[in-house]
Design a protein around this ligand. Structure first.
Ligand SMILES: Nc1nc2c(ncn2[C@@H]2O[C@H](COP(=O)(O)OP(=O)(O)OP(=O)(O)O)[C@@H](O)[C@H]2O)c(=O)[nH]1
Ligand SMILES: [Mg+2]
Ligand SMILES: [Zn+2]
Length: 296
């Protein structure tokens, strides 16, 4: 009998489907015809499946609204960008790159700062100023001095209802730790970062979705570095929300905000309304995109 549901876990060729109606978890396999058609089911996919025997079979993957490659997950509404203040050290370049990739996929990013307990008061205030810049740029920011204080956790959880939320960010940033604070029963594995490399140990190995606060939430494997995937130089300025806010007032339509006269974005930069670090990273990414072009 044909049923509908959503893949919430994928392990070595099996897909666990949460049934739309019964709300039960059904283990399924993909039929060979998926491979022939070049389709690989991923977590988050809405599917039609057949569940007559012990093991169900996926029949159809419904069209995806969006999908990420790293981690492989589909139909995502928002991403919590877990960002450590130290260990690994805060990098505005990496944060902006993550944000750009998320914006490119039409997913709403939220910034969550961790490990503030490892900062002295001056360093925390410095970072707090930077976070205020992100807030002004249009992002929702969680940057309390107590990274896992109940009030902030509650505020984060209140954004989950009726959405799929992914936790993303650098390995070792604290994604699994944050999820364990949200629900201690998850008991997700966490591990201290390598002190010699100042890098996480890639503790989380697979994507799975949990039902939390009336939504679905995914822990994902962290990364050490990131590329700008499928983003061209015309799209890049549209992935900085604060540039978009002013670009209609640039003298030239399609202004790249680099050398054009009458550029409102550069004017706002000069006035301190746009963060210098964001603009610098924008130029840096433009360069990077140009160098990809030469390589391929
Ligand atoms: N002092 C301190 N340590 C933290 C904080 N958050 C996380 N940690 C520690 O940082 C280390 C890495 O945390 P994880 O939760 O494993 O990081 P992750 O982002 O899930 O890493 P991957 O699974 O590798 O992507 C663990 O030892 C945590 O205990 C924090 O706010 N303060
Ligand atoms: Mg983890
Ligand atoms: Zn401009």
């Amino acid at each position: 009998m044909e049923k509908k549901g959503r893949i919430i876990k994928s392990i070595s060729g099996f897909y666990d489907v949460l049934d739309d109606e019964s709300h039960e978890l059904v283990r399924t396999r993909a039929r060979g015809n998926f491979r022939k058609r070049g389709i690989k089911p991923i977590v988050g996919d809405f599917v039609e499946y057949d569940a007559t025997g012990d093991l169900g079979y996926l029949l159809e993957i419904l069209p995806r609204e969006n999908s990420l490659v790293r981690p492989p997950i589909a139909n995502i509404d928002q991403a919590i960008v877990v960002t450590s203040s130290v260990e690994p050290n805060f990098s505005s370049n990496l944060l902006d790159k993550i944000l750009v990739n998320i914006e490119h996929n039409d997913i709403q990013p939220l910034i969550y700062l961790t490990k503030t307990d490892l900062l002295d008061e001056n360093k925390y205030q410095e970072l707090k100023k930077i976070m205020a810049g992100y807030h002004q740029a249009g992002y929702i920011v969680f940057d309390d001095e107590d990274s896992y204080g109940q009030e902030q956790i509650d505020r984060l959880e209140s954004t989950f209802a009726n959405k799929v939320t992914v936790f993303t960010g650098q390995s070792g940033a604290g994604k699994s730790t944050l999820l364990n604070h949200i629900n201690p029963e998850l008991g997700l594995a966490t591990a201290a970062i390598s002190q010699t490399l100042n890098r996480g140990k890639h503790t989380t190995r697979q994507v799975s979705l949990f039902e939390i606060a009336d939504g679905l939430v995914a822990d994902t494997p962290g990364f050490s570095s990131l590329e700008l995937i499928n983003i061209d130089k015309e799209e890049l300025p549209t992935l900085f929300p604060e540039f978009v806010e002013y670009s209609s007032e640039c003298q030239f339509r399609g202004c790249n905000h680099v050398n054009e006269p009458g550029c409102k974005v550069k004017e706002m930069l000069a006035e301190g309304k746009i963060m210098q670090s964001r603009y610098d990273n924008y130029l840096y990414f433009l360069n990077e995109i140009n160098s990809y072009k030469k390589r391929y």
